[in-house]
Design a protein around this ligand. Structure first.
Ligand SMILES: C[S@@+](CC[C@H](N)C(=O)[O-])C[C@H]1O[C@@H](n2cnc3c(N)ncnc32)[C@H](O)[C@@H]1O
Length: 463
């Protein structure tokens, strides 16, 4: 790189650029800078400004010009990002840059419909998409050790990356795997036609009549037993897995598109007792529902944007820090969000889905840490494992959301947990859906109550 001083800072350019070309570029930047002391870009080059000091007031503008192949640097892009109208606010905390902006948004084009499977505390597909697009190439392995409904692996497959995923809850694989290389709608409909619904005429779980009409419950129990038998006999194929995945998603909900009478969404199943109270309050009794028709309709919707295809994949049901099946240095990028402190009770939320799958929810070892120190130790051991499986130069985007009303800043614990590991924290990104000029990196104080913000620690695996 060569450096030329500039009135307002300095100019950095690749060695290949001669003085004449450099002066043209400086002139170009100067014009851009005059128009707006923020950022701009032109073909093959990008221009960034750096803020030091006072938030919201631009001081000490240093303009850098890079050829993009010289610095494919996500941080440079974060500084100049203004896709949704606002410039990025950059603050330095503990020596690390915090980038605050609306980096992805509900206003973006709707995500692929294959994602439309509910799961408690899932992130928006736009979040993994942001990093997959910028930090990986087709064919790279993209991983999530806490994959939940599989947002990261599915987004990876949709972008021609190789999806890897893990979650301690077996439900997670049941929700994710059928959506990678899924069956066609015709295959799903044909399978639904082969299921012997007419023989499903009794039920054993009368307590579930608080949710279901007797005929519906007989069909649900019949389907459950039919799928379990096929699994036991080694006959369960991708179409059966798809049917099971959709059924898991239609078990309970608030509309006629679900098997149940009005209740909470399937990712937050209430207890039988609580449902009895809901029924009393709403003066409702469960109406009959056509289980096969509901599965067909939801399948058509999920498949309407096309399939997610992958020539290879790897899915595990393991603890996040014990994934020996994943080879060393196999992963280019991890995009993940761990269980937060004590806010989500996956076990009680998922009891009905676990019942349908034949999983004992108490056997699922879900991390629940009330003390921040214990949580940090859990993250440290997960990062230790991620350092093993991430290739040199690979990245980890670790999302911690906002907990306890912004009073606990878990990103600091993630950074501390990485200490001593061959992982370098690059910075923290804060995606604020309601980004305003008064936003800051400390928390939700400037946001409306209930507004979500994602806090993401970016780490790079050392060479
Ligand atoms: C915040 S959710 C992840 C949601 C995911 N990003 C999505 O979009 O669906 C955290 C997940 O961590 C899983 N989990 C909890 N403890 C775990 C552990 N020790 N090892 C692996 N997974 C764990 C939970 O089952 C849950 O699915």
């Amino acid at each position: 790189m060569k450096k030329w001083p500039l009135e307002c800072g300095f100019f950095v350019a690749p060695r290949s650029l001669d003085r004449g070309a450099a002066l043209t570029a400086i002139n170009h930047i100067w014009l851009l800078g005059r128009k707006e002391l923020a950022s701009g870009s032109s073909r093959g080059t990008s221009c960034r400004t750096r803020d030091d000091g006072d938030r919201g007031r631009r001081v000490n503008h240093q303009l850098h010009l890079f050829q993009e192949e010289d610095e494919p640097d996500l941080l440079a892009e974060l500084r100049t990002f203004r896709d949704f109208g606002e410039s990025t606010l950059v603050e330095t905390v503990g020596g690390l840059p915090y980038f605050i902006n609306e980096f992805w948004t509900a206003r973006q084009r709707q995500a692929h419909r294959l994602h439309e499977v509910s799961y408690r505390a899932c992130f928006k597909p736009q979040l993994p998409a942001f990093f997959i697009e910028r930090l990986t190439a087709p064919g790279d392995v993209v991983y999530d050790p806490f994959m939940g409904r599989g947002t990261t692996p599915i987004e990876a497959a949709l972008r021609d990356r190789i999806p890897y995923g893990n979650d301690t809850n077996p439900l997670s694989r049941a929700l994710t795997e059928p959506r990678i290389n899924p069956p066609t709608l015709a295959q799903v409909k044909a399978r639904l036609g082969e299921i012997p619904w007419g023989t499903f005429d009794h039920y054993d779980h009368a307590e579930l009549l608080t949710f279901y009409h007797p005929t519906t419950l007989a069909h649900i129990e019949g389907l459950r037993a039919w799928l379990m038998e096929r699994e036991k006999a080694g006959l369960l194929d991708q179409t059966d897995r798809w049917v099971r995945m959709v059924a898991l998603n239609r078990l309970t909900g608030h509309s006629a598109g679900f098997f149940s009478v009005y209740t909470l969404p399937p990712n937050q199943a209430v207890t039988v007792e609580r449902q009895r109270l809901i029924n009393e309050k709403r003066k409702q009794t469960p109406p009959p529902r056509d289980v096969a028709a509901i599965i067909a309709k939801k399948s058509a919707s999920l498949l309407s944007d096309g399939p997610a295809l992958a020539p290879a994949s790897l899915f595990l049901t393991a603890q996040s820090d014990a994934t020996s099946e994943i080879p060393e240095a196999a992963v280019a990028l991890t995009v993940t969000s761990p269980p937060f402190l004590d806010i989500v009770n996956y076990e009680s939320d998922n009891w009905l889905r676990c019942w349908f799958m034949g999983i004992d929810p108490t056997s699922v070892k879900i991390a629940m840490h009330r003390k921040v120190e214990a949580w940090q130790a859990f993250i440290a051991s997960t990062l230790h494992e991620l350092a093993r499986i991430t290739r040199p130069g690979g990245h980890i985007a670790f999302e911690v959301g906002e907990v306890r009303n912004g009073k606990v800043r878990l990103e600091e614990n993630v950074i501390a947990a990485a200490e001593g590991l061959p992982l370098t924290p690059l910075g923290v990104m804060i995606n604020q859906q309601e980004f305003t000029k008064t936003s800051n990196c400390w928390g939700v104080s400037n946001n409306e109550v209930g507004t979500n913000s994602n806090r993401i620690v970016l780490l790079k695996r050392d060479q």
